[in-house]
Each structure stands twice: as C-alpha cells, then as structure tokens.
Design a protein around this ligand. Structure first.
Ligand SMILES: [Zn+2]
Length: 473
C-alpha cells in the first residue's frame, strides 16, 4: 500500500515535464484516503462487469464497503431488474437530519465495455501500474469516477458530516450495452429511491489536456438526440437480362445522393453558445473570431459555415443525418425487388423526430422511397445552465484546478442523463477524470488513468459533494 502512495507522489512531482502546469496547487486527498480509494479501484477493476458477467458482484462489493464505513443497512438498497438478476445496482443514501431541499443524486454505471485480453498489452481485469499510469478496463469509463463518488460519501460519513439535504448515489447496470439501462429502470420502477432535485453524472462532461495543457472544464447540460430511420424501395423485379428503368437500387441511391448533399440549418442553444464562447479563448485567428460570432444571436451564418468545414464542429452546430447501412437485391442475375438503407440522425435537442422525418422525405423527393422509424428518439430537454448552480460548480472546479474555466457542454453521443432529464430532473455531467484529447482510450485497448489525476478526481468529488450538501440549490 505504502509503495503505491509513494508512486503517486513521485508521479505528481515529475509531472510538470508533461506540461502539468497547475500540479503544485492542485489539492489531493489525505494519504489514507488515497490508499483507500486506490484499493477500492483495484477491487472494482478486478471484478469483470461486461454485460454478460453483470454488475451484481461489483454492487455487492461496494455495499460491503459502505456497511464497513458505518452506513445503515436501511440506507443501502441492492436492486436488480427482475428479468436480469445478475445486473445488480446499489443505491446508497447519506441522510440529512432535517432536509432543507430535495436530494442530489449521483449516477455511476458499474458495467464496462468488453475487453479481450489478447488485444491488450496488460490484463484488462486487473489494475496494473506502469509509469505513473493505472491500466484496466473501466479505469476511465467509469470505475475511476465510481470510486471517486463512493469514497467521497464514505469520507463524509467518517468525518461525521451531516448534509442539509440527502445525498444519494446510484451505482447502476447496462449503460454501455444490454437489455435496457439500469437508470431507465430505476426511474420507472424505483423513483422514490432515487428522486432528486438534480443529478450529477460523472459519466459525461469534465476536462481534457491538449498537448499537456488543461482545457476548459465542460459541464454537460445537453446531448444530441438519437433517431434512426429506414429508407426502403420495393419493386416487382424481374430477369437481369431485361433491365427496366424503374430499379429499386437506383431509386434508393439517387435519393440517398440528395441526402448526402443536404445540410440541416444551423441551430444554437444556450449550451452551445456558452460552449463556443469559452472554446474561442483556446483558439486563435479566424477560428476564434468565428466561434465568438456563433456564440451570439442572431447566428452569423457565414461564420457557422466556415466552422462547419470541421466535421466535429459541424456536428455541434446542426442536426446531422448520415447513411450508415445499405442492403438490396436478392440474386446477381435478378432485378432488385428491395433496397434498404439506415439513416442515422443526431438531433439538436430543439428538433423533433417528426420534423426531421418530414425534412428527409422532402429531400429524398420520391414517394417510392418509404421512410420509417427504425430506432425512435428518446427526447430529453436540456438542463439549463442555472447561474447559482454554475457558480457553485465553478467554485469547486477552480479550487481543485486553479485557472480552469467552466463552460456548458453538449455531447454528440448519449449518456444515462437522458432518462433523468426526461423524468424532469435537471442533470449535469461533471466527470472527475481528466483525459487526453489526443489519446482517449475509453472503450478501447489499454484503457488507463493517471494516478495523480485519479487522486485529484477523488478530492474534487469530495468537495463537490460537500458543497452540494451544504447549499439549498
Ligand atoms: Zn460510461
């Protein structure tokens, strides 16, 4: 144990060599807390929680930790979706004496993406230390953050801290894959257990280093809404020796060609405008000027067009739809009777499935192409960048990482926050784990977290939890 603690300290001292500018002033937890968090992470990584294995064992291991720390059995609820008993979830509550506000709920998924030992250079289900980094499936997504949340609750309990509102954490199943999100199930079936004024979801948001320099810290308030359509053309077909002008594959691909050339209109939201305003400070020249321009209303369309030349930025400025799959025909010597394509859309949360479908039909411009919904959207409203809450978030972020600015953030992908947002609970993504913009290994091989960043995250989660347990926001 001692050696491990020393390892972290040495890493921290050596860190400025990689541009770790704020290291000397970044507060870390006491050594005993570091040792405890490290041990818990090591335990969780060693419990394989890919979908097929389930999360029950990990939820049980956490329960043992909370009981040992003095939590009452009645404040710990181990639940599993009845049809999937090995997908265990643990809900833990640190109680207020006389609650002054509705609880705050932390979400953390315990499941991880599959990892094949033969693809990795270290065993994926064992915490391996190498050059100041800790390797293992889930270190980044998101057992590191799970441990940060769990150890914060335990530390507060040990210190005798009584919050002025209940602080709840739900360690959940099937975020990555499976038979339905554990959070979705909890919201539908155990609302009383997890009901809260707001959600903190460390699976989203957070900060990243670019060439060793800390960038702004994003607080995820919004995510694009996912919907997939199927475009299909059918035809009576015939013998390939007698081609006819009306051909299912030609009709479909001509329509898809029109989709390829279409760009949905630019739309900004309070979140994306706030994001571009802060991002502009990290850019120079025309890009910085264009980002500042789209951070205002009315939207500067010329600036938006220039930014849209970069696909990553285009996706933040508009709804996008792209053809992802195609199939058709049934024999090499027959005229096709059927041609199909999947069109995957990621909508700016202001748009609706119906609007996007109508627009696609208009662009396909062919009544023979039948457009249907393959995966319906699960709309979730943005969580407003509430000023009082953002002030609190900003204070905790800059106390932990001096000089780092916060900004609202819209994710292009999806997280479990869609379920809590859809249930009317504002949800904020605040990951404690800093990543590298150039080397993000979540879901990939040799996933890892740097020891010093992990400890910073443990301290950040503790401070954030204490701050939210002290205010009435
Ligand atoms: Zn995740």
């Amino acid at each position: 144990m001692k050696q491990r603690i020393f390892g972290a300290v040495v890493t921290l001292l050596a860190a400025p060599a990689v541009g770790y500018a704020s290291a000397p002033t970044t507060p870390l937890p006491p050594l005993a807390e570091q040792a405890f968090a490290h041990e818990m992470l090591s335990e969780l990584i060693s419990i394989n929680t890919v979908h097929a294995q389930g999360t029950l064992k990990a939820a049980e291991a956490l329960k043992v930790r909370f009981l040992a720390a003095g939590f009452a059995g009645s404040d710990l609820t181990l639940v599993a979706i009845p049809e999937h008993p090995n997908q265990g979830q643990l809900v833990v509550r640190l109680r207020a004496k006389a609650p002054k506000a509705k609880p705050v709920l932390w979400l953390g998924h315990l499941d991880v993406v599959e990892a094949k030992p033969e693809d990795w250079t270290v065993p994926p289900f064992k915490l391996t230390e190498r050059d100041g980094w800790w390797y293992g499936r889930g270190t980044q997504d998101m057992k590191g953050d799970d441990v940060a949340v769990a150890s914060a609750l335990i530390r507060l309990k040990r210190e005798g801290f009584i919050p002025n509102r209940d602080l709840i954490a739900a360690f959940t199943s099937d975020e990555e894959a499976g038979d339905g999100s554990g959070v979705e199930w909890l919201v539908k079936n155990k609302r009383d257990l997890i009901d809260a004024a707001l959600v903190i979801n460390p699976d989203a948001g957070g900060g990243s280093f670019k060439q060793g320099v800390r960038q702004a810290y994003g607080i995820q308030t919004s995510e694009k809404v996912y919907v997939t359509f199927q475009a299909e053309v059918t035809n009576r077909g015939g013998h390939s020796s007698i081609p006819e002008p009306d051909n299912a594959i030609y009709r479909l691909t001509e329509g898809l060609g029109r989709i390829a050339k279409y760009h949905f209109p630019v739309e900004t939201t309070p979140t994306t405008r706030g994001m571009f305003a802060v991002n502009a400070k990290q850019e120079t020249g025309q890009v910085a000027a264009d980002m500042l321009a789209v951070a205002k209303l009315p939207t500067d369309l010329a600036a938006a067009e220039r930014l849209s030349q970069t696909p990553r930025l285009a996706s933040r400025l508009r709804t996008t739809c792209v053809v992802t799959q195609i199939s058709g025909g049934h024999a090499e010597n027959a005229l096709p009777q059927r041609a199909r394509a999947s069109i995957q859309c990621r909508m700016i949360p202001l748009d609706t499935e119906g609007q996007v479908q109508a627009k696609l039909e208009e662009i396909l411009a062919d009544p023979a192409i039948k457009l249907t919904v393959l995966s319906p959207s699960a709309p979730a409203p943005d969580s407003a960048p509430d000023p009082a809450l953002f002030k609190l978030f900003g204070k905790v972020v800059t106390e932990t990482w001096p000089g780092v600015e916060i900004m609202p953030h819209m994710d292009l992908g999806a997280s479990d926050s869609i379920y809590t947002r859809a249930a009317g609970i504002p949800s904020y993504g605040l990951s404690a784990t800093w990543t590298d913009a150039e080397d993000n290994r979540a879901h990939g091989r040799d996933e890892r977290i740097r020891a010093d960043r992990f400890y910073e995250g443990v301290e950040f989660s503790y401070r954030l939890m204490k701050a939210l347990g002290t205010t009435k926001n």
